[in-house]
Design a protein around this ligand. Structure first.
Ligand code: PRX
Length: 657
């Protein structure tokens, strides 16, 4: 059974695991959170926010006057970086390790809260010296190295706005993100280590900035990581180490409004243009911190927490940088791939540092499952006490394997549902309280009002499916789409009156627990990463051979979904086109160049027509049937019902890449 088949059978899984007694003490406090939140939701969120340090205390929790534009704790002032660093040092825990960095080649760096603070202060001064001010945008394109976290915190410290761009994105994707945000500065590195070798990063930035492509960028700060050769643009490029060397050591954190923007993070939507999801300071930090503490049962004095996400994704923002550091946690960050230099690298890291909580994605778990349990069994994983999953539904088989093989049957699994837009975890079991069920994210966290609704927006009963919505605002909710208020309202708030629509289908089981059923829009989820069908279609038609393209997410055993593209070629342009297999390769590489290697279609099929309705809309549902090798569904609304026969014959002819 494939991963996605299992997802469809989810609600039939009747296994349930009792809370681990080790968590009993926490459980009492955690149960109280549900009571407090249901008695008075605003008082509950205020109490969570008060755990942060406010330079100026807030008086009101939520201002919803301009719904759906929320303001949380709006008359309060705080500094996000101060909350992540200074206050811990002032509280006397400066010598606690904040980051254990493990480079892929095996090099190590250790930052305590004191040394991390010192680095962030210097970086904040370096940014200021380069003219970065409150509200300016700074693009960050770095591997998973300490400077990634330092850069984010330094930007936050001076009230500027970061836009982290995942290192796997192409020059074109970097350019469009820089242009959309009008970034003033880019922070990158010569490269990073991946799959056993140095892989360059700066050339993509150079290409993105070539000519006058991104005129707002004044400087590029370059971290030296691999020592590889780099092209240098005099006057524009500055070595990070030189800027740090020249920077003052002292820096006093200024207080900013709770609604001061903290970051923009681009994510795929249903159109060709990625959306710049905007998050602000006080509410975001409140919920990132609260969820990190409670969902992972954090004991900052003794735990060694490890989230494997890259800072290029929201998980890296909320559960590597902001949540853990605001909680004074000790964490591991790892630069490389899970199988370098050997397939047991992750388990070796857990053994080496004595990791207590591991937070990762189902696609990683499935790839380890495939390699077999002998690999993790060779390492001592007894330090683990809790396991987390994020990014897509975890199929019950992978959940059970995670529990038994990695968690030794003793670690609770928290399957956490959330999104770039929600900023922090929204639905998850709580350790010690929830009877966990393999494959279900189960219950909304205290303070969150998640609903499964029908077409009219009315909550469905137990044992029914529908759309996942959030019926009341929450502190870490997105505040908008950068530069496009209308798109924000249309995308999230227009489908159901007064409710945030998440884009996911969901079901409530007989106990009322929530099971996520995947996206109901044109967004795909490949290895827990969001990709837009339209964005890949636009990339394909930007090639001169392609007249039309339709992309679907097809089930894939390892990656959850995989990209399958159907293309119609331009007869007048294909004189120079090679045979179909080579043509598919060229087009796949073209998509990688346009968006990034993660967006490469698994399969490209050349067809002569696409299934369309009479109004000209492509029926992706039918193409998905083809891509997943299923009988083709209802074709009665097609303008030309013969089209599917032609496509089906094509597949039977084996025209794959
Ligand atoms: O479809 C849901 C899926 O990932 C989407 C959000 O993607 P992104 O913004 O990239 O954030 C991923 C990391 C938070 C959601 O709309 N998703 C995320 N977590 C889960 C999930 N689907 C099922 N179960 C989850 N635990």
């Amino acid at each position: 059974m494939s991963a996605s088949d299992a997802i469809e059978n989810l609600a039939h899984d009747s296994r349930s695991f009792e809370p681990n007694p080790e968590f009993a003490k926490t459980a009492v406090a955690t149960s109280e959170l549900y009571d407090q939140a249901s008695n008075d939701r605003m008082a509950f969120w205020k109490a969570q926010a008060e755990k942060l340090h406010w330079h100026k205390p807030f008086t009101e929790a939520l201002d919803w006057t301009y719904a759906p534009f929320a303001r949380w704790f709006a008359d309060g002032k705080l500094n996000v970086a101060y909350n992540c660093l200074d206050r811990h040092v002032e509280a006397g825990i400066g010598s606690r390790v904040a980051l254990y960095f493990e480079g892929e080649p095996g090099d190590e760096q250790v930052y305590t809260y004191s040394t991390l603070l010192a680095a962030v202060k210097k970086a904040a001064n370096a940014l200021t010296a380069l003219g970065v001010r409150q509200g300016d945008r700074v693009a960050i394109y770095l591997p998973m190295i300490p400077e990634a976290v330092i850069s984010m915190l330094a930007v936050a410290r001076i009230g500027a706005i970061h836009s982290v761009i995942f290192g796997g994105f192409s020059a074109d994707s970097i350019a469009s993100r820089i242009q959309d945000a009008h970034a003033k500065l880019v922070i990158t590195s010569d490269g990073g280590y991946r799959k056993g070798k140095a892989s360059p990063l700066k050339p993509a930035v150079d290409e993105a900035l070539r000519g006058n492509n991104c005129p707002t960028v004044e400087h590029v700060l370059v971290v030296e990581r691999t020592g590889g050769d780099v092209d240098w643009s005099e006057g524009r490029d500055i070595w990070w180490k030189d800027a740090m060397h020249a920077a003052h050591e002292e820096h006093v954190a200024e207080a900013f409004d709770a609604e001061n923007p903290l970051f923009i993070l681009y994510t795929s939507g249903t159109t060709g243009k990625p959306k710049g999801i905007l998050h602000t300071s006080g509410g975001y930090l409140t919920q990132a911190t609260y969820t990190h503490r409670n969902v992972f049962d954090l004991k900052p004095e003794t735990d060694i927490y490890w989230c494997t996400a890259d800072i290029g994704w929201i998980t890296g923002h909320s559960y590597v940088t902001y949540g853990p550091l605001a909680n004074g946690a000790t964490q591991v960050i790892y630069e490389g791939t899970p199988d370098s230099p050997h397939p047991g690298r992750w388990w070796e890291i857990i053994q080496k540092y004595g990791v207590t909580q591991l937070y990762t994605a189902p696609t990683a778990i499935r790839s380890f499952m495939k390699l077999g349990r002998a690999i993790p069994d060779a390492f001592d994983l007894r330090s683990l006490r809790l396991l987390g999953s994020v990014g897509e539904s975890i199929n019950p088989e992978a959940w059970m394997w995670y529990r038994e093989v990695i968690g030794g049957n003793r670690c609770p699994i928290v399957d956490t549902w959330w999104q770039t837009e929600t900023g922090a975890i929204m639905i998850s079991p709580l350790p010690g309280v929830t009877h966990t069920k393999p494959g279900s994210a189960q219950v909304a966290l205290p303070g969150i009002n998640a609903q499964v609704v029908d077409d009219e927006g009315n909550p469905v009963g137990n044992d029914h499916g529908g759309y996942l919505t959030v019926a009341e605002p929450w502190p870490s909710m997105l505040r908008g789409i950068w530069g496009d208020d209308e798109r924000y309202v249309d995308t999230y708030w227009s489908r159901f009156d007064g409710q945030y629509f998440a884009g996911d289908g969901a079901k409530r089981d007989e106990d009322g627990d929530i099971w996520l059923l995947g996206r109901v829009d044109d967004v795909m989820n490949v290895s827990g990463h969001r990709l837009s069908t339209t964005e890949i279609e636009s990339a394909l038609v930007s090639h001169h051979w392609v007249a039309e393209a339709a992309v679907v997410g097809a089930k894939d055993e390892l990656t959850g979904q995989a990209v399958v593209a159907f293309v119609i070629l331009r007869q007048d342009e294909i004189a120079d086109a090679p045979n179909e297999a080579d043509l598919a390769k060229v087009l796949r590489d073209h998509v990688a160049k346009q968006i990034g290697p993660i967006a490469k279609p698994r399969q490209i099929l050349v067809v002569s027509e696409l299934p369309k309705t009479r109004s000209g809309k492509i029926m992706r549902r039918l193409l998905r049937d083809v891509a997943e090798d299923r009988p083709i569904g209802d074709v009665t609304t097609l303008a030309d019902s013969g089209v599917m026969g032609a496509i089906g014959n094509k597949i039977a002819g084996g025209a794959t890449d």
